[in-house]
Design a protein around this ligand. Structure first.
Ligand code: NAP
Length: 237
């Protein structure tokens, strides 16, 4: 059990990558709170995991919701060791995208880092994207927000390293989740992604969750401020 006695909060844990991370962490012994906008999916994941999980409705674009989710985690389980700032949106307008994909991550880093530092440390994992490292000639709000997440990750890693808090981000490539449904529905765009990916396929949410597990566990004890690319080689070109 690589996360025995650890407590995690996962935003957007009702779907896709967040759900896979919740299942992976629970399987490794963690207790967790799923903070999710969608009540039915968030509650369903908590129910599936059972005693070790709680659900709290949370809109990560609202700072007070993020603070409340962190407080609820500590109330329920006594501590917070791992914060996964995963909630995200795609194909939305500038304000919505920046509010969820960048401000939401900032609120999570800010409040979790302070609580973790006060109790000896922890691990923060932010979901960026390959579009946080390279442009794509469109999707301006998404690309800007995901680049911002890499910057926030580095800044918080520097600010809190001395207080035992590690801060990293994951930069997934094209992963099979509801977010990429529209891409996979178009045969030509799907083929383009597959052709441009050296491993020749989309990734699975479980493959991203394995990297989150590494970052959450003590196995990554000297890793901080790092973007970890999980893209089947897409950015190797
Ligand atoms: P997903 O299946 O759409 O899951 C995103 C989850 O976040 C959903 O449960 C969604 O709830 C929730 N959410 C959206 N806005 C929220 C808010 N304001 N507050 C709380 N929860 C909110 O997408 P995914 O692919 O798993 O994406 C997870 C993260 O990975 C995102 O940050 C995404 O940008 C990043 N990522 C994904 C890919 C990919 O190819 N899939 C690639 C790179 C990076 P609703 O269902 O209610 O909207």
């Amino acid at each position: 059990m690589r996360l025995k006695d650890k407590v995690a909060l996962i935003t957007g844990g009702g779907s896709g990558i967040g759900r896979a991370i919740a299942r992976e962490f629970a399987g490794e012994g963690a207790k967790l709170l799923i903070a999710e906008l969608d009540e039915s999916s968030g509650q369903a994941v908590a129910d599936e995991i059972g005693e070790a999980a709680r659900f709290q409705r949370c809109d990560t674009s609202q700072e007070s919701d993020v603070e409340a989710a962190i407080a609820a985690t500590i109330d329920a389980f006594g501590q917070l060791d791992i914060m996964v700032n995963n909630a995200g949106v795609a194909r939305q307008d500038w304000d919505t995208t920046l509010a969820v994909n960048l401000s939401g991550v900032y609120y999570g880093c800010k409040h979790a880092a302070e609580r973790m530092a006060a109790h000896g440390g922890g691990s923060i994992i932010n979901l960026s994207s390959i579009l946080g490292l390279v442009g794509i000639g469109g999707e301006d709000p998404y690309v800007a927000a995901k680049h911002g997440v890499v910057g926030l990750t580095r800044n918080f890693a520097i600010a809190f390293g001395g207080r035992g808090v590690r801060v990293n981000c994951i930069n997934p490539g094209w992963i099979e989740t509801p977010m990429t449904d529209p891409i996979r529905e178009s045969e030509s765009i799907q083929q383009q992604v597959v052709t441009q990916t050296p491993l020749g396929r989309f990734g699975t949410p479980e493959e991203v969750a394995k990297v989150a597990l590494f970052l959450a566990s003590d196995e990554s004890s000297f890793v901080t401020g790092a973007p970890l690319i999980v893209d089947g080689g897409w950015t190797a070109h």
